[in-house]
Design a protein around this ligand. Sequence first.
Ligand code: OGA
Ligand code: MN
Length: 253
Amino acid sequence: TISDLVDAWHEHVVLVFRDQDLDEDAQLRFARQFGTPGERARPPERRPEGVDYNASIILITNVRENGVPIGSLRDGEMWFHHDMSYTEAPHKGTMLYCMEIPPTGGNTLFANMYKAYDALDEATRDRIQGMRALHIYDFALTERVDLSGDIDRYKHRIQPIAVTHPVTGRRALYVSPLITARIEDEPADESERLLDELFQFTEDSDLIHEHVWRPGDLVMWDNWCSCHARTDFPETERRMMRRCTILGQPLYE
Ligand code: OGA
Ligand code: MN
């Protein structure tokens, strides 16, 4: 069964399992069928779940207890990104389990980055060959890192603009508006212009799937060939998700 799921995952990029009833151990046990669970990037003293909480689990929630947040990526909209693309070995997969949803919004959008690559015109595909870009993240949801300061304050990594998926061998576009801050070896204005063009995928409904959550959904996605975003939702409503990831490897063109 697991090998069928692995094949389906590689073919379809995002898998949805409805009506699950998972505690933390069951979620991690399932994740281990696909690899080694990753640990979160945020240092222990900055984890809202507390220093002693399982480092492989992140609560993705706006819930606050006595006014104190208990999770990460809290309120509202979040721009498109690949999880952990600012690290040396981006985690291969993410598994998000839904416990509570707001009555409206808070949907997760998935962009198929194989299709985003294929949608580029030939001249652009030729042009980005060999190009690399800076991925950097400061845990904001709807703004890029300001590069005018010292970038060593934030985790960052230079990645190819297009990567070859290590398992499927297919080429995928690997840039995102939240985390890709500039193209290497290009003047700033040209870098911005080209990134704007590459970010057009975020508007392309042919390659985006919008997942409307139900409690009990477990969604797993392949971070090497997809990126994801979240639609806005009222901050007065509760949304509670539990996340784990599967370790990955460096990505190459
Ligand atoms: C994540 C993430 C989006 C969401 O957990 O990595 O981006 O819909 N979540 O909460
Ligand atoms: Mn994410």
